[in-house]
Design a binder for this molecule. Structure first.
Ligand code: PHE
Length: 452
């Protein structure tokens, strides 16, 4: 196993037992909750989608997360080599490699949206976000289709991300997450109150919470599955990588449950803010990726101290995006660092640069390159679709087979129960991992491609 070579830098560890949990929550909570969740719910027709999403989060996401963290803590190596430590003679490390590729793809388009969030934060800070006669839809389209403005914010954002990742896991990643997550929470609670007390909030709540099962199609099922994976950062090798810095005394199931809980709560809060407002202001819930960027400024315009709230809110969206982007860059950096035996200082800028170049194409597909359509999608849409709805579920399927049939539940249990920890619901977990998860993902795929 390659892992026995002396690494060029000593392997890092989180500073405290909570370091992992906070960093993992920082990865999970991000634009996936505040930007992507509301718009895919809107496109998916509302509450039935939400219900499917919750089902997938609990039945597929949480069990996979527990397994993925365990792979990292056992392997103590990057997303690919950890598989080699557990199963030296097999080819399962390919799934780790797939994770690295997925991270590349996600960060390419994620950095575009994070750049938008960064721009909106700057607008809010300079008092330019709110104006009573502003058409937020038009202003937003003008910005994202601009030939270079969104690229500048994207490059700035990637520079910040790279600088933090160069700092390493303890100084760079851990420190940031500790302060910012709790504050985001408080702000969201205030905004939920504001939104659910608007006139017409009922209609929005109905759309968001009252499922119409006849609306469920194979497209919606796959989209909900993709959203569950995306939002939890599952099956990307992230939890292998962050888990590999984990201290052995921390409880993996508890950490995972905590991350899932936070992630779901933030997504639901985002929905509770957006949908009542969408119905109150007559915005189309199914309008797509610009939904959050139009709805939030509209809410602030009409709210006491709106311009102050806007500054705080967009600051937190920016930070939430930043902590997720950091995790997206950390996976390929950890891989490159160990694989090519180069230092963090070298691996980080090179990886960040390649991703930024890919990302620029995604950004341009909202403007100058919007005419390029591949399989009926823009470049951005294609990156999002392939990563979230094709590669993530495939990687999740492979992950469950690896955990259930190669490493096997008892192997996972042994890793989890180190240092007197327990593995509650182990029997259910192992049943889900071995049978339910692979079969369900497989059926969803067959259904989607029209084979059943
Ligand atoms: N889960 C993150 C979010 O919701 C995005 C992400 C996906 C991060 C995959 C890492 C890996 O914003």
């Amino acid at each position: 196993v390659k892992n026995t070579m002396t690494p060029i830098e000593p392997r890092e560890q989180w500073g405290t037992k909570f370091g992992f949990m906070l960093a993992a929550a920082g990865s999970a909570v991000g634009l996936g909750n505040i930007w992507r969740f509301p718009f895919v719910v809107g496109e998916g027709g509302g509450a039935a989608f939400v219900l499917l999403y919750l089902l997938f989060v609990l039945g597929i996401g949480l069990p996979l997360m527990i397994g993925e963290i365990s792979i990292g803590r056992k392997g103590r190596a990057n997303a690919m080599d950890s598989y080699k430590v557990i199963s030296p003679k097999s080819k399962w490390y390919v799934n780790g490699l797939l994770g690295v590729i997925i991270n590349f793809m996600i960060l390419a388009f994620y950095s575009v949206i994070a750049g938008w969030a960064f721009y909106y934060f700057l607008l809010a800070l300079t008092g330019q976000i709110i104006s009573n006669d502003k058409d937020y839809g038009a202003a937003f389209s003008q910005f994202i289709s601009h030939p270079f403005l969104p690229i500048i914010t994207q490059i700035l954002l990637m520079t910040i991300v790279a600088l933090i990742v160069v700092g390493g896991v303890r100084k760079g990643i851990e420190k940031w997450n500790n302060i910012l997550m709790p504050t985001l929470f408080i702000l969201l609670i205030i905004l939920v109150f504001r939104s659910v007390t608007l006139d017409g909030a009922k209609e929005g709540l109905h759309f968001f919470l009252n499922p119409d099962f006849s609306a469920i199609t194979s497209t919606i099922v796959l989209a909900a599955l993709g959203q569950a994976f995306f939002s939890l950062s599952i099956a990307t090798g992230l939890y292998v990588t962050y888990g590999s810095y984990n201290q052995s005394q921390s409880s993996i199931p508890k950490n995972a449950a905590g991350v899932v809980f936070l992630d779901v709560v933030v997504a639901i809060m985002a929905g509770l803010i957006i949908f009542p407002a969408v119905f109150h202001y007559g915005i189309d819930p199914g309008r797509g990726p610009d939904l959050a960027f139009i709805t939030f400024p509209t809410i602030f315009t009409d709210m006491p101290f709106g311009s102050i709230f806007a500054v705080f809110f967009f600051f937190f969206v920016f930070v939430a995006a930043l902590t997720s982007a950091i995790s997206l860059l950390e996976v390929p950096v950890a891989f490159a660092k160990e694989k090519f035996r180069i230092s963090r200082k070298i691996a980080t800028p090179i990886t960040a640069m390649i991703i930024t170049v890919l990302g620029i194409f995604c950004s341009l597909s909202f403007g100058p390159l919007s005419h390029i359509q591949i399989f009926d999608r823009t470049i951005f849409g294609l990156f999002d679709f392939v990563a979230a709805q094709v590669l993530l579920p495939i990687s999740g399927l492979l992950l469950s087979i690896f955990l259930g049939w190669i490493w096997k539940p008892l192997g996972v249990k042994e890793e989890i129960e180190r240092e007197n920890n327990t593995f509650p619901f182990f029997k259910i977990w192992s049943f889900l991992i071995k049978y339910v998860i692979p079969i369900v993902i497989f059926i969803i795929f067959l259904e989607k491609i029209g084979l059943i």
